[in-house]
Design a protein around this ligand. Structure first.
Ligand code: ARG
Length: 458
């Protein structure tokens, strides 16, 4: 097939180069954005009198038909037409001849691809935002059912202080809420219209950039033509936002994996969200959580790939930038696969409240509160810390919990201790006395959940 840019060439492109150069395999997914962008461009060219109005109308009409044909599976894209932009233009010209040849007036593939990618990722960012919100909703539901489910909180994966499952889950809601903010922020920065940047230096035609921007739902137009064609910050930014979402999912995955182990036994995943072993009949594996954890690697890889691809590029467009698409598409696809399955895995899992409570009772998670008890009786904190340290050592030796010591045993460590000690170190007190903003007390977390429900459930 003759190339749209073939004029100055005396030889056909080597088929190996066609294969190597071509991006149609992966950029065909932007066909709708490419067509919508071309329709707006053509309409504007007609309105501005840059091409005849009837030509603009025929172009718009034919592009609409091409879109329908693509959607009906009637169009076969050509590798040697290189990318989605030239494939569609080639089809247009094959259908309406010379009129179709007017479409590319005042435009370059460089600003065209920037436009298409912005529109494509804008839609994806919206979908990702919805999916992230849905995950928050699933977490809220689970948190609501577990505001009084006491479990051990950990540092260094060693039992530390008692918290509730709701409190633990709300930590993830905070992370995901920030992720939502980042996606919205990224969307606002990517929603700027680059057409009119031309190849790199704008164009001499009197384009109406604002008309095109408005027509295509953009908030503004780009203000420097070099930047307009060479900026991929929005791609990197989205890849970072997605990487951070995956970091968050991966951390919770790790916890789900631990919690569903026999050693923890805090939760049981639903049969529909676990898998078996081909050899060990007893196995029930948390594959979904593991895969989410594993897939974080490829999303981080995309971010690294994008940053590395961009870092040495002179202005303006370079072909290297064609490599942006597979990276960001894969990152988007991966996160879009992970979010809903992860939300369902959480919604269907069974929480073993008894096991969590048992876990919180072991490991001296009330030791800080025992020290705080002594502080309230007048002992300086460092001394109280040492007293309880000795108490814990004694408990380990005698295989007892702090609140299983008799009053006589307790008094050996400090004569400040009396019978109100037991109430002060009960897990219930430990949790509920931590009622300051951000703390795990039942009512504090319930209030936070309500706040989230207003924001996310409307
Ligand atoms: N397929 C190219 C890309 O994805 C489109 C822009 C090509 N421009 C050019 N002058 N070769 O980046």
């Amino acid at each position: 097939m003759a190339k749209l840019w073939g004029g100055r060439f005396s030889k056909a492109t080597d088929t190996m180069v066609d294969d190597f150069n071509s991006s149609i395999r992966f950029d065909k997914r932007m066909y709708a954005q490419d067509i919508n962008g071309s329709m707006a461009h053509a309409e504007m060219l007609g309105r501005q009198g840059i091409i005849p109005k009837e030509d603009a109308e025929l172009i718009v009409k034919t592009l609409g038909e091409i879109k329908e044909d693509i959607e009906a599976g009637k169009v076969e894209f050509q590798i040697d037409a290189e990318d989605i932009h030239m494939n569609i233009e080639t089809i247009l010209i094959s259908r309406i001849g010379d009129v179709g040849k007017r479409l590319h007036t005042g435009r370059s593939r460089n600003d065209q691809v920037a436009l298409d990618l912005r529109m494509y990722l804008r839609d994806e960012a919206d979908e990702l935002l919805d999916m992230t919100k849905n995950l928050i909703k699933a977490l809220l539901k689970l948190a609501e059912d577990n505001t009084e489910t006491i479990m051990p909180g950990y540092t260094h994966l060693q039992k530390a202080q008692p918290i509730t499952l709701a409190h633990h889950l709300m930590a993830y809601c905070e992370m995901l809420r920030r992720d939502c903010g980042r996606l919205a922020d990224c969307r606002s920065r990517l929603n700027v219209m680059p057409l009119g940047s031309g190849a790199l230096a704008g164009t001499t035609y009197p384009l109406d950039r604002d008309f095109v921007a408005e027509k295509l739902g953009f908030d503004a137009v780009t203000l420097n033509s070099l930047d307009g064609v060479s900026d991929r910050d929005f791609v990197c930014e989205l890849a970072f936002d997605l990487s951070l979402i995956m970091t968050h999912l991966s951390r919770l995955s790790e916890e789900i994996i631990l919690w569903s182990s026999n050693e923890f036994g805090f939760i049981e995943l639903d049969d529909a969200y676990s898998t078996g072993s081909s050899i060990m009949p007893q196995k029930k594996n948390p594959d979904v959580a593991e895969l989410v954890r594993g897939k974080s690697g490829r999303v981080f890889g995309s971010l690294m790939g994008l940053l590395t691809m961009m870092k040495g590029l002179p202005l303006a467009y370079n072909k290297d930038m064609q490599e942006d698409k597979e990276q960001i598409f894969d990152a988007v696809d991966t996160v879009k696969m992970c979010l809903p399955v992860f939300a369902n895995m959480l919604s269907t899992m069974r929480v073993k409240k008894e096991a969590m409570l048992r876990g919180a009772k072991g490991g001296f998670t009330n030791a800080t509160d025992a020290a705080d008890y002594l502080v309230k009786k007048g002992l300086p904190f460092r001394d109280a810390h040492a007293v309880v340290g000795h108490m814990v050592a004694y408990c380990i030796e005698n295989n007892k919990a702090i609140d299983e010591l008799t009053e006589d045993e307790l008094k050996k460590f400090s004569d400040l201790i009396s019978e109100d000690f037991y109430e002060a170190v009960s897990l219930d007190t430990c949790v509920n006395q931590r009622k300051l903003t951000g703390g795990p007390a039942y009512d504090t977390v319930k209030a936070l959940i309500e706040k989230y429900k207003t924001e996310f459930l409307g």
